[in-house]
Ligand binder design. Structure first.
Ligand code: NAI
Ligand code: 15L
Length: 269
């Protein structure tokens, strides 16, 4: 007898992106069907329980139709770097609002929101942060993620929709520079984090930093302990390669702020 899966249908937005490609596989364990959506073209994997629904998150009616029939949403879609405000406005600000409105209308109870460490990017690497630390968004992108977290709080208190906001550090196959020795989140720990965010009970709106068990982490997940997120990887094995790279100058964005280069992007006009 096959054990039934916790969800019938999970929607994954941003499914064609770097993290979407990783999570579309691990989500199969938790849902009978994984609905993949992106503005970019993609196809369901052969023999998988995937369905593909292209959609622009800026299209309110499109998102309303996209969300119908799912019982949880993993929302990764949007602009993932610092860009001019108008681009961020459409994909991230309007787009995330459309996701929550559609969740309200269709009675969805759980959202996992890909927030970002750039919500707190203007803190110093010497600061130790937790979910209650002052937010210091480091650009329009960080502001849009901060707004997404506010939407999550509002939709929980007003409508009871629960969210786990993942303030993801740097999730790539390997760290790319010295900064990422602190911020790296391995793909395996990402999969575990998303699993805990979907399956943990009574999360209300929980904010958790998405980071592996790195020696020099800047972030403390004490207020997300109820998720039982226990990262297993560490960036330490990449230290020799990263330390062989030139050190950032003392007055560089990387040395001054956790958000690194994002804190110095723009202005765009
Ligand atoms: P990515 O840029 O590879 O993927 C984002 C996806 O969203 C892309 O496939 C893109 O086509 C899609 N998208 C953009 N605008 C859209 C729109 N208007 N409608 C529908 N889809 C749209 O980014 P990645 O690395 O996969 O990140 C996934 C999420 O996690 C993003 O929300 C990002 O901000 C967040 N994040 C990622 C981090 C990382 O280290 N990879 C760190 C912190 C946050
Ligand atoms: C992010 O929010 C970005 O989406 C990702 O591309 C990385 O640059 C990451 O933050 C980071 O801070 O390293």
């Amino acid at each position: 007898m096959t054990a039934s899966k916790p969800f019938k249908r999970i929607l994954l937005t941003g499914a064609a992106g770097g993290l979407g490609q990783v999570l579309r596989q691990s989500l199969q364990a938790h849902a009978e069907v994984v609905r993949l959506s992106d503005i970019s073209a993609m196809a369901a994997a052969e023999g998988s329980h995937e369905e593909v629904r292209p959609c622009d998150l800026a299209d309110k009616a499109g998102v309303l139709a996209l969300v119908e029939g799912v019982d949880a949403i993993v929302h990764l879609g949007g602009v993932s770097v610092e860009r001019p405000f108008e681009e961020i406005l459409e994909a991230n600000i309007r787009g995330t609002f459309h996701i929550y409105e559609a969740a309200r209308i269709h009675g969805i109870r759980r959202v996992v929101f890909a927030s970002s460490n750039h919500v707190t990017g203007f803190h110093s690497p010497q600061d130790r942060l937790d979910a209650r630390s002052e937010r210091r968004p480091d650009g329009y992108y960080g502001l849009s993620k901060s707004y997404g977290e506010d939407l999550a709080t509002f939709y929980f208190h007003r409508y009871g929709i629960e969210t786990v906001s993942l303030r993801i550090g740097s999730s790539f196959p390997e760290p790319r520079n010295l900064r990422m020795l602190s911020t790296w989140l391995s793909y395996s720990d990402l999969g575990h984090l998303v699993e805990r965010a979907l399956l943990s009970a009574d999360v209300g709106h929980t904010v958790v930093y998405g980071v592996s068990a790195n020696r020099d982490t800047w972030w403390d997940n004490r207020y997300a302990a109820h998720l039982d997120f226990v990262p297993k990887d560490s960036s330490e094995r990449f230290r020799p390669q990263m330390e062989a790279q030139p050190k950032p100058a003392a007055d560089s964005p990387e040395a001054r702020y956790q958000g690194g280069a994002f804190t110095a992007a723009g202005p765009f006009e």
